[in-house]
Design a protein. Structure first.
Length: 156
């Protein structure tokens, strides 16, 4: 392999299974990511806290029952790719992000069962290569482990 174009072609042909980049040796692979139940519950927690405060919410302050949004690792931030949350602009250039988030209009609608989003995205290098045609709502994303009404504070 002696050209950059050939290296790119090689990567493109092998991203499904993963491969070492011929240029730098780094592992390169694309992943199918769904909005999982913890991400959906985190979005609901963010929407409820945003409704209360009307401002950006730090990840440490997002209620998630007996769990912590931080336990999701970077999964919560992936909701931004679906257009459901947005970060507060970070003025501190030494940090990658501020840790403060707010739901978008689409995120609020999704949390209140007023919209659907792509069931999954195919991700590579923090970029979405394609979205699924199939759509899901918040209840489907939560699955059976969570009670939607309880999470939204709709039960007494």
């Amino acid at each position: 392999m002696n050209t950059l174009e050939a290296a790119r072609d090689y990567l493109d042909q092998n991203l499904d299974d993963g491969v070492a980049c011929p240029c730098c040796g780094q592992h390169a692979q694309q992943y199918k990511r769904k909005i999982n139940k913890i991400m959906a519950a985190g979005l609901i927690g963010l929407v409820r806290e945003f409704d209360r405060t009307k401002t950006f919410v730090h990840v440490h302050d997002i209620p998630l029952g007996d769990r912590d949004v931080r336990s999701m690792g970077g999964s919560f931030a992936l909701l931004a790719h679906w257009g459901l949350i947005e970060p507060k602009v970070n003025d501190n250039t030494k940090k990658r992000c501020s840790g403060f988030w707010r739901p978008t209009k689409a995120g609020i609608a999704f949390a209140w069962k007023q919209g659907k989003v792509a069931e999954y995205g195919v991700f590579y290098n923090n970029t979405v290569l394609e979205w699924s045609v199939s759509k899901i709502n918040i209840v489907e994303a939560l699955g059976r482990e969570f009670d939607y009404s309880e999470l939204m504070g709709l039960t007494a």
